[in-house]
Design a protein around this ligand. Sequence first.
Ligand code: NAD
Length: 291
Amino acid sequence: TAQLIDGTRIAREVRARVAAEVAEFRERTGVIPGLATILVGEDPASEVYVRNKRRLAVETGMADLHRHLDADVTQPAVAAIIEELAHDDAVSGILLQLPLPQHLESGPLIDLIPALKDVDGLTTLSAGLLARGRPGLRPCTPSGVITLIDSTGISLEGLNAVVVGRSELVGGPMSRLLLERNATVTTAHSRTRDLVAVASEADVLIAAAGVPHLIGPEHVKPGAIVIDVGIHRTESGLIGDVRFDEVSPIAGWLTPVPGGVGPMTIATLLANTVTAARMRADQRMLTRLGP
Ligand code: NAD
């Protein structure tokens, strides 16, 4: 049976490393890295996510700079708040929790976040930097998936990686991050004709379709690394895109839901926030030294 990739444990290790980096940064610069979270409305799932992000930011020694906006807030009002945070020196990272209420357009709001504070890695500029292979902040969920794969000790170079999903948030950047590691990457999606044929060639299979229990043993090459990004609330608890019990006897490595990708996403957000704080401090130092 597959070895379990313990996202809860690996996320705890990442957070401990982030806490040490935050302490070092505070010592060196006198600045406390600050994470600004923006929550619009009362979506219960989003409330839980934001609460966890804020709690763990504080636990790693960062400042929690939260804004809660009414569900009927206007687009210009949200824009004004993002611009205020963009110019606020106490803010190292800005996270606009998605999804937003129907009447708000998320794309233009996200793009008001400066690339140096884009800890979710979702602005057009950050996506472009990733596409070009240039340094920048990377989206948290796919970046956390890379950390989970690295924890197996297996090198991605030259392996067949199949990503099921091509969203801007997960599947798209996931494929590019795997390519950056020199995997041979295939992106499958809802129009893929024969998912079983494509997926069963994968040495590394990333399930990010958002379809409960889509992936079964027929999709999995024996010994493969299988990462389950899906999260679905059911009456019997959280389930993923992968039928864990059926895939476990075939896969070499497998992430559980819950306790896999979920905790890694938040740990990566915190890692991005301290990276963002450092990048800005270094940039200030550069301009001070520059002509
Ligand atoms: P999305 O709906 O935006 O995108 C889903 C993608 O999967 C699309 O590109 C679509 O083409 C593809 N797809 C849909 N049905 C398919 C099928 N039958 N076969 C092949 N491809 C198919 O969703 P998303 O935002 O990318 O999120 C995907 C899943 O990951 C969701 O379950 C979401 O809840 C979860 N998620 C988890 C985390 C985390 O931290 N663990 C973070 C973000 C999203």
